[in-house]
Write a protein that binds this ligand. Structure first.
Ligand code: DQQ
Length: 507
């Protein structure tokens, strides 16, 4: 067992009081190397490449009937490094097809994170007259320099040609990266959002041709600084009930509240030059430990759709390979909800009907304590659990996945003095790391007893979406032996299930 597979402070873990976690967990911790068959952790309903390493989503765009997911990718081994842009496409955001690598390393460096736009009016002049095409905007990164380059594609993203005049934006910095470009309709020009990462500044540049960029504004030294600001995104998001606000996402790494990587966001206005936050609040997009580098798709109709990388730089190189390392979250639609003096980002994972498997549990359950429902779950299947419930004050509703070896993964709503959702992976023994937290907690307004919870559990992850999308908790999790049973349990008070649906998902 290597040092990085040991949990902090020894091997004995205690339960979280009334949360129903096994009291003392077995001291043996299986390492990834001792497990038979890396496929046991292969994501079934989340995108992961066939081999190599994957991190940030890049170049997300809907174009000619296809959703494009480009991503940071090391094709040579399942470790970060030698960054290329991998590529996959989907017609429904759920089933993805991997395509050949889109951008590679050059003598000038690796192809770090960036975005893609459809230059429909050929503003760049880089396409044949009268035609447009896709333009990728990314950071060319060496040890001494990070500068922004562009590349064009006339074949729906299958191949790209680097612009001979690259780089298009070079400020002589070694920490200047992750350009997200959008078309700003009111000012009729392209806007690039990019970070001076070590200075904790998000920079705004404008261009009429994607080749010449002028600085027009900046926003920074705001929120959680961490060591680096990374992967910014700026998008106009509909507010439930009417209107819109601009949301500026800024990933930070390391320095997140749970350690390592996290995505924060600011809500405000943007006039094409300046982003003004509406209040001084820093909000996190996800309460788990494994949600990073969120990016939204260009050119989708309706509310924006975002994908994040489902990992954390503190241990992304150490988690079991399956045989590739790295997976994306499910795509989520984004809206904003206003609460008296607060804003909440609402995330709604796209419908999974295209990959629906069989129904495992269904129907309401009357209010009581104890086991409300239980069923065997198919070996190695991904699961979707949807619950709407009303809990007595003080009750805890848990969804538990377990196996005969005594392992358990649970997602709970605690209707106690401090109500909220909990994702608890402390009872899984397939992989531990000294920086992986056991559980993550999201606080709901005091007095909350009636709400909803949706879980998507894959072979090595769990996503909890609660309170109509306000709570998003994303965590990697590794059973040593796959779970074979699911139970819904009420403790400390009675709970009624107005809705219970559990189904398997086809990988
Ligand atoms: N990952 C990329 C960088 C970015 C970081 C390198 C964030 O462009 O800042 O793979 O995960």
């Amino acid at each position: 067992m290597s040092d990085n597979e040991l949990p902090v402070g020894g091997l004995t873990r205690r339960s979280l009081g009334g949360l129903g976690v096994a009291a003392i967990l077995a001291p043996s911790i299986a390492s990834a190397r001792r497990m038979p068959g890396p496929d046991r952790y292969r994501p079934q309903v989340h995108y992961s490449p066939a081999k190599g390493f994957m991190n940030d989503p890049n170049g997300l765009i809907f174009h000619e009937g296809e959703y494009h997911l480009f991503y940071q990718h090391n094709p040579f081994e399942a470790k970060a490094g030698h960054v290329h842009w991998g590529h996959a496409v989907s017609s429904d955001l759920v089933r993805w097809r991997e395509l050949p690598i889109a951008l590679g390393e050059t003598a000038a460096g690796q192809a770090f994170s960036g975005s893609a736009v459809y230059d429909r009016g050929n503003t760049s002049g880089l396409f044949p007259s009268g035609a447009g095409g896709l333009v990728a905007i990314y950071t060319r990164a060496s040890d001494t320099k990070q500068a922004q380059e562009i590349a064009t594609s006339t074949d729906r993203g299958r191949t790209f040609s680097g612009y001979p005049g690259n780089p298009v934006l070079d400020v002589g910095s070694a920490s200047f990266r992750d350009p997200k470009v959008l078309w700003h309709a009111p000012t009729r020009r392209w806007v690039m959002v990019v970070v001076r990462s070590r200075e904790h500044r998000v920079m705004f540049y404008a261009s009429s041709d994607l080749k010449h960029w002028s600085e027009v504004g900046s926003f920074g030294h705001a929120g959680l600084l961490g060591i680096d600001y990374e992967c910014p995104d700026l998008v106009e998001v509909p507010v439930e009930g009417g209107g819109t606000r601009w949301v500026l996402f800024v990933s930070i790494n390391p320095g997140a509240p749970l350690g390592g990587s996290a995505v924060q966001y600011f809500v405000g206005t943007f006039d094409g030059r300046r982003f003004e936050a509406e209040d001084g609040a820093t909000r996190l997009a996800d309460f788990g430990q494994d949600f990073y580098a969120l990016q939204t798709f260009a050119d989708v109709d309706g509310p924006p759709v975002a994908i994040a990388w489902m990992s954390n730089w503190l241990y992304s190189n150490d988690v079991p390979a399956s045989p590739s390392r790295g997976a994306m979250t499910l795509p989520r639609r984004l809206t904003l909800r206003r609460h008296a003096d607060d804003w909440r980002l609402v995330q709604t994972p796209v419908p999974l009907d295209p990959i629906a498997g069989s129904s495992i549990l269904s129907g309401p359950r009357p209010k009581r304590t104890g086991t409300l429902a239980g069923a065997a779950v198919p070996y190695g299947a991904a699961l979707e659990v949807v619950l709407r419930f009303e809990a007595d004050p003080g009750a805890i509703l848990s969804v538990r996945l377990r196996n005969a070896a005594g392992e358990m993964l649970s997602a709970c709503f605690d209707a106690g003095t401090y109500p909220g959702f909990v994702v608890d992976r402390s009872g899984t023994r397939g992989f531990r790391h000294r920086y992986m937290v056991d559980r993550a907690i999201w606080s709901a307004p005091q007095g909350t007893t009636t709400t909803d919870m949706r879980l998507i559990v894959d072979r090595s992850s769990i996503e909890l979406i609660g309170m109509g999308g306000e709570a998003s908790g994303t965590m990697l999790q590794y059973f040593a032996s796959p779970p074979d049973r699911l139970e819904v349990i009420a403790e400390g008070g009675a709970v009624a299930l107005m809705q219970l649906e559990v189904r398997s998902l086809n990988g």
